[in-house]
Write a protein that binds this ligand. Structure first.
Ligand code: ATP
Length: 301
């Protein structure tokens, strides 16, 4: 009986390992599924990044024929500055991010990084140049150290700790019984939205790419974590060229440029102060969000 038990038990272990790997791979493939739309050109060269200036030049794009999502969108994010994109739901904000990462190719116009059309460069070099802090960070079923080091395979423990410190998650990790070896993900410790975002920030700090893409979470974190994370994101953005897809205007008032999108077009652009004086869509959105922020504490009292 024991003779049968040992191999069966071993098979059980292997089965669990495979299932675990499949969970990770399934998540990765779900993330990368859209990526099958595009392929490297035969003569594709690696992207050569000097500062990471991003240009959208007359970009028109549709996911499906006859339903244009972006229409003639043009803007530049100068090297080392932050541009925020705001606008009503469905305006096409996240589509800009997907196109910059080249999940899809544009139908008209061009997207350039430091003057190079992103269709002419290798996808690998393009994606290595961009760090994403997404709405909802995927955690692998592994320990928290691995989840941070994913930004830079082969990173040393000192590098991982430094990134966690900069992302303000080191004290939290140290307070866990197994520290950096604590299992997280579906089968381990569940992290809060803010803790997951900090893991994503630490990953991105380790990767240290010239371009940052922030996709702000739609659901607000509690205001204390929110403010702390915003500060960390802002510090990170100061040293990079950053494109921020924002849902809350209060988080992007410092951006050098704000693009206001509606129905796939940029309808206003400028700094926060400039846009308020224009009394247009941005000013309306700002007034509405201010009301919300005043109403919420009153209701919770
Ligand atoms: P939100 O603020 O709600 O996140 P958004 O401004 O980021 O909205 P996008 O996600 O860019 O909007 O979507 C713009 C439009 O494109 C929407 O009408 C959406 O339904 C459509 N869309 C998005 N992804 C796809 C897709 N994969 N296939 C077809 N249509 C899509």
């Amino acid at each position: 009986m024991l003779q049968l038990y040992v191999p069966l038990n071993f098979l059980g272990v292997i089965y669990r390992e495979i299932k675990q790997s499949l969970t990770d791979m399934d998540r990765l493939f779900r993330l990368l599924r859209e990526n099958q739309e595009v392929a490297d050109q035969p003569e594709a060269q690696p992207l050569s990044v000097s500062g990471g200036e991003i240009t959208f030049a007359n970009v028109t794009f549709a996911y499906e024929p006859n339903r244009p999502i972006l229409r003639d969108v043009s803007f530049t994010v100068p090297t080392g500055t932050t541009t925020a994109v705001v606008g009503p739901s469905g305006a096409g904000k996240s589509t800009l991010a997907r196109l910059l990462f080249r999940f899809y190719d544009v139908q008209q116009g061009q997207i350039l990084i430091d003057g190079q059309d992103i269709r002419q460069v290798t996808q690998h070099s393009l994606r290595s140049a961009i760090g994403i802090v997404p709405q909802d960070t995927v955690l692998f079923n592994d320990d928290i150290g691995y989840n941070i080091s994913y930004g830079k395979p082969g990173a040393t423990e000192a590098e991982i700790t430094a990134a966690a410190q900069a992302a303000n998650i080191h004290p939290f990790i140290q307070s866990l019984p197994e520290g950096y070896r604590t299992q997280v993900g579906e089968r381990g410790l569940k992290l809060s939205g803010g803790e997951k975002q900090r893991v994503a920030i630490a990953r991105t700090l380790l990767k240290n790419p010239p371009i940052l893409l922030f996709d702000e979470a739609t659901s607000a974190l509690d205001s204390h974590s929110e403010q702390a994370i915003q500060q960390e994101l802002r510090r990170l953005a100061e040293q990079h060229t950053a494109l921020v897809i924002a849902h809350r205007l209060s988080t992007i008032v410092h951006a050098e440029q704000i693009l206001v999108m509606r129905d796939g077009q940029i309808v206003e652009r400028g700094t926060h102060t400039h846009l308020l004086t224009k009394n247009g869509l941005y000013a309306q959105m700002w007034a509405l969000q201010q009301q919300d922020e005043v109403v919420v504490p009153a209701v919770t009292q």
